[in-house]
Every structure is written in C-alpha cells, then in structure tokens.
Design a protein around this ligand. Structure first.
Ligand code: ATP
Ligand code: MG
Length: 355
C-alpha cells in the first residue's frame, strides 16, 4: 500500500512561502473573468476588485515615498466577497493577488486558522510584516476559538503601524451570519460584529458552474469506479511513481489524522494523481472534516482523483446523512460538488478529453 507524500517539519518561512494561488488558479486574471450579463453583480465585483488592487499599488508607492504617515487611506482596506458556490469568487480573489503581484499572501481561512493555532498570533503577524495584501479564501467560523482568533487577527493586521495591509476574502456566508448553526454564535455577536465591521461586502450572484445538488450527486453510483477499474486506472496513469498514490480509504483517514492539516496543501501539491479505494460512509465528524479540507486542497491543486466505494455507495452519501442538516452542511455540499468535479475531470482526461 502506498503512502501520502511525507512532509518534513517546515519553518514558518517555508509555510508562508507556500501560501500562493493554487494550480487551478495560478493563471487567472480580471481579464479572464467573464461576467455573466444576467448577473450585473459579477461585473460590479470584478471592477471593484480591479480598482482595489490598483489602490494597493498606489498606497505602496506613497508609503515608499514616506508620504503615507499623515495621509488618510481612501476607501476600505478589506473586501468581503460573498456569494453561492461556483460563481467565481476564488477566481476574482486570485486575480486580485496576481494584479498586486508582490508582497501578497494567498491562503484559505482554514489554513490561516491552522497557522495561527500552530505558530501563535504574534509570530504569524510578525511573519506578515512586509505583506501588503492577504487573500483569504472561504472565510467561515467553525467555533468560538476561531471567532476570537479571527477578530483579533483582523484588528491587529488592519490597524497595524507601518506599511498598511489590505485583505480580500471570499465566503458563502454573509459576515453577520458567520457561525450560525455551528456554535452559540448569538453569544458572540460582539466578536462577529467586530469581524464584519472590518469589511465592505461585495455580493456576487449567479449560477454554480458545477450545477451539482444533493439529488444529482445521490444518483452518482455510476460515477464511482469498481475496485478493479481503479487499479487499472492506477497502472495506466502517466504520473511518475512518487506523484501517483493508491490508498485504501481507512489508510487515507489514518494518514490524514497523523498530519497537521496545515500541511495538507503541501501534500496535495506533491501529488498528480490519487486513487482511493473502498470508501465507506463516514460517521465521524472529525474524520469527515479532515477529508473535506483535504479534498479542498486536491481541488485547488487539480489533482486527478479516482474513487471506488464499498457496496456501491453513491458519492452523495459518503458523509453521514445527519450532516446534511447540521451546521457544516455548506462545507459538505461544497466538498461533494468539488469531488464530483474532480472525478469528472479525471475521467475526461483519461478518455482523452482535455481539462
Ligand atoms: N465569470 C467567470 N469567468 C471565467 N471563469 C469563471 C467565471 N466564474 C467562474 N469561473 C471559473 O469557474 C470555476 C469556479 O469558479 P470559482 O472556484 O472561482 O467559484 P467560487 O465562487 O469560488 O466557488 P466555491 O463555492 O466552490 O468556492 C473556476 O475554474 C473559475 O475560474
Ligand atoms: Mg471558491
């Protein structure tokens, strides 16, 4: 049986250097974003971010000329892109990063939370000293500790002395609704209000390009490979031996539990193809959330993914059915949508149709 690529203990600098747009978004731009004319909010959001990126460049030049010290900053320092699945939020986030170019950091909110919990708030802020734009994908609050951490982090980052830092973030949830259904968010309205107050919200509407819903996914038993077809696909995959991994689902779960999730992105970036066999229903919420985070990284890095399930379990039912109505419902929905997309993309590649 294979193993996931091992990740050595890395320094804070190495972890920080890894926070760049992922393979899937390595080359996107404002120009390659095509707003859907049926949803004017898409064009509005794109133009607003383009302007925001240009302003960061100007602020940088002003700072270098030492003029910023007494110059009030015009406009907001932080933008919150809110919208449903697959409307292009991450595309615009990465486009903002590429437009600003230097001294930027791009990471998911989960990675930010893991980084702060692992390294501590002060060392993380210190490592961001020269950063002028932080792009945070998928802002969401899972618990009270994260809420406090996020409120403190944003306050310190946005109000720091010296070179100003801006933030752009994406989310499926409006700032004022963060945490709802996951913990007693009503008891933390002050912190959630503090977080929300940092941002100007840009809402994007539109359709999920992936068009995946529970019902469609529930029909997806045919999406899954048989165990023998999976082995065959593994043998024929063109990736070099060390970038192509075949694992039993239980083994994958154990390996994911052994590694700190902050390293999942590094693991995914070292893989070209992953084959997971005998996936059964996951009834352990911690294991399920680890898998969700790992799938996000596989999706971001456009890793070819092939799955086989036990007893013809459809893709849409791999997570306990109880999770469909719990506080993390959105996370699981998004994960299944991405899993579906990855599996379909991988199959298209195998059949000789380009990605
Ligand atoms: N208007 C657009 N023009 C060009 N490409 C787009 C547009 N909208 C989305 N895409 C592409 O569709 C894919 C999905 O978009 P993206 O991941 O940015 O959506 P999202 O809103 O972040 O979704 P999610 O809820 O999964 O986070 C990406 O590959 C992106 O480049
Ligand atoms: Mg996204």
């Amino acid at each position: 049986m294979d193993h996931l690529p091992s990740v050595a203990a890395t320094s804070i600098d190495e972890v920080m250097r890894g926070f760049v747009p992922t393979r899937r978004f390595a080359h996107v731009s404002f120009d390659s974003y095509q707003p859907d004319h049926r949803y004017p909010s898409q064009r509005v959001a794109r133009d607003r971010l383009r302007e925001f990126a240009a302003r960061i460049g100007q602020a940088r030049r002003a700072h270098l000329l030492k003029r910023l010290v007494r110059t009030p900053t015009h406009g907001s320092r932080a933008i919150y892109l809110d919208g449903g699945y697959g409307v292009g939020k991450t595309h615009l986030l990465a486009a903002t990063y590429h437009a600003v170019g230097e001294q930027c950091l791009y990471l998911s909110f989960a990675e930010l939370a893991y980084t702060i919990s692992r390294l501590g708030l002060e060392p993380t802020l210190a490592a961001l000293e020269d950063t002028r734009l932080v792009c945070i994908d998928e802002f969401e609050l899972d618990d009270v500790a994260q809420t406090r951490m996020a409120a403190m982090f944003l306050r310190r980052l946005l109000q720091r002395r010296g070179e100003p830092c801006s933030v752009v973030t994406t989310s499926n949830t409006l700032p004022s609704d963060l945490g709802r259904g996951r913990f007693a968010a009503e008891a933390f309205q002050r912190e959630i209000g503090d977080i929300a107050a940092n941002f100007d919200v840009a809402s994007i509407d539109g359709q999920d390009y992936r068009h995946r819903h529970w019902d469609e996914l529930a029909l997806g038993a045919a999406e899954m490979e048989s165990a023998s077809a999976l082995r065959c696909a593994y043998d024929e995959d063109p990736a070099p031996e060390r970038k192509r991994v075949l694992l039993d689902a239980d083994c994958l779960a154990r390996e994911l539990a052994r590694v700190h999730p902050v390293h999942y992105a590094q693991i995914a970036s070292r893989l070209e193809a992953l084959f997971v066999e005998h996936l059964g229903r996951i009834d352990n919420q911690a294991a399920a959330l680890r898998l969700v985070h790992f799938v996000d990284k596989l999706y971001d890095q456009a890793v070819r993914l092939t799955l086989s399930t036990r007893e013809k379990l459809p893709l849409g039912e791999i997570f306990s059915l109880a999770y469909r109505h719990g506080g993390y419902e959105k996370k699981y929905r998004r994960c299944l949508s991405r899993l579906h997309e990855l599996i379909v993309e991988t199959r298209a590649l195998r059949n000789g149709v380009g990605r």
